[in-house]
Design a protein around this ligand. Structure first.
Ligand SMILES: *[C@@H]1O[C@H](CO)[C@@H](O)[C@H](O)[C@H]1NC(C)=O
Ligand SMILES: *[C@@H]1O[C@H](CO)[C@@H](O)[C@H](O)[C@H]1NC(C)=O
Length: 414
């Protein structure tokens, strides 16, 4: 017991020491020879994750030969270095990825980071990269490449990262600590590099520094997804089903109405909160726009708000304009539901969460759809039965009008 406590304290002491003697800032890349004996004219110590960037810029053909060096890597990790002309953030990064294959050989490829949960599969970049290769030795991973830089890439943002491999493929890196601070700027011509993100323009830089916290933006995006999937994507269709199917039972006559209003009102309130998080995410991601998702979102907000007004401006059931109001309310209502579901799938493509979330939502939508179909059938049966009953009653009552059929369901409640 005493022995293991001693060992624990000793380990703690070592950790404490290593904290202060951490080489991350002390070591400067200038004094380091690259294992491959290549020589580059410029190098910078990247501020976190014990990483260094060496490069030689050729003005004549606007290319840069680079070596990205990450020390303290294990064979079970991937490393990545990227340029991001769209801002000091992860999304939009044009990345070079490297890791060790199970057979020990190194793989290096390019990938464009399009979402907060990127696939990290090989793909092309917005600029040309040649001579890409990687090596791993003495706990260091090196990525070599020649970048063919357009004018907008000469001074831009750089991002670097490290994460674990899951069954031989890169999986999500940590979203706390240094892994969300590994953003800075780079100027290939002057050799200047800064930490903390931001483009050359100082107003932009201020905005970017604020939003460097990748963890916050992923977290906010997840909240945005949950709020909107629950409100627009689940509660609203349920509210519509209540209005359509519970209404047939005359016993539930005022009840369905209040249930419908309560359901849609809470969906609208949660939905507007979700919409607000979307606005925040949109204003944070300078340079990256998901136009389709954004436009559908704005349309949905307008439709939802129209429905709230429609409720207040509802004519009495026997009013001659009520039939037009009904048509309007149904049209906007069904359009809202269709657009909501479309936009939730758009959102899944942007956030790209684990598959199970999309499957879970698809499951909910399918079960709502099946429930709606069953109720549709039941409703029709009830209505036909009522029509028959009314029909036979008519014989005895000599043509007295029943009027309880399907057609006037919409007039049952004010
Ligand atoms: C660019 O120019 C440099 C210096 O002249 C040369 O060494 C390099 O090979 C050129 N790169 C390409 C891709 O043409
Ligand atoms: C290692 O495996 C990869 C694919 O898994 C293959 O492309 C590569 O050629 C292999 N290398 C060696 C040295 O066997």
């Amino acid at each position: 017991m005493g022995k293991s406590l001693g060992a624990l304290i000793f380990t703690g002491f070592l950790l404490f020491l290593s904290f202060f003697t951490s080489p991350s800032q002390a070591q400067t890349c200038n004094g380091l020879a690259l294992p491959s004996n290549q020589v580059y004219s410029t190098c910078v110590d990247l501020p976190v994750l014990t990483a260094y960037l060496h490069w030689t810029f050729h003005q004549e053909n606007s290319t840069a030969d680079i070596a990205f060096r990450k020390t303290g890597t294990s064979p079970t990790n991937w490393v990545c270095w990227a340029l991001n002309p769209s801002g000091g953030q992860m999304v939009g990064s044009q990345a070079l990825v490297a890791f060790q294959q199970p057979n020990g050989s190194m793989t290096a490829y390019t990938t464009s980071i399009d979402s907060l949960g990127p696939s990290m599969r090989p793909g092309t970049l917005s600029f040309r990269v040649s001579n890409l290769r990687a090596q791993h030795s003495n706990g260091e991973t090196l990525i070599f490449a020649t970048l063919h830089l357009d004018a907008n890439l000469l001074s831009t943002n750089q991002v670097w990262q490290e994460g674990p491999l899951t069954s031989g493929a890169p999986s999500m890196h940590s979203t706390t600590g240094d892994n969300v601070r590994s953003i800075g700027t780079i100027n290939f011509q002057t050799g200047a590099a800064t930490a903390g993100g931001g483009a050359s323009n100082s107003r932009l830089r201020k905005r970017n520094v604020k939003k460097v916290d990748l963890f916050c933006s992923i977290f906010l995006a997840q909240i945005h997804g949950v709020l909107n999937a629950v409100s627009w994507g689940i509660l609203m269709p349920c509210g519509a089903m209540i209005a359509r199917y519970v209404k047939v039972f005359h016993v539930a006559n005022p009840a369905w109405f209040y249930l419908h209003v309560a359901c849609q009102l809470s969906a609208y309130i949660i939905g507007v909160a979700g919409w607000g998080t979307g606005l925040k995410l949109g204003s944070d991601s300078v340079g990256i726009q998901y136009n389709k998702h954004r436009n559908i979102g704005i349309t949905l907000f307008c439709f939802g708000t129209l429905q709230m007004f429609a409720m207040l401006l509802r004519p009495k059931p026997d009013h001659k304009y009520r039939v037009y109001w009904n048509f309007y309310h149904y049209a906007i209502g069904y359009a809202t539901i269709a657009l909501s579901i479309t936009n939730i799938y758009e959102g899944f493509d942007i956030l790209n969460p684990e598959k199970k979330w999309k499957s879970a939502y698809t499951g909910v939508i399918i079960s709502l759809g099946v429930t709606a179909l069953v109720w549709e059938a039941v409703t029709w049966l009830i209505v036909i039965k009522k029509k028959r009953a009314v029909g036979s009653a008519d014989k005895y009552a000599n043509g007295a009008n029943g009027g309880n059929g399907y057609g006037d369901r919409t007039q049952q409640h004010a």
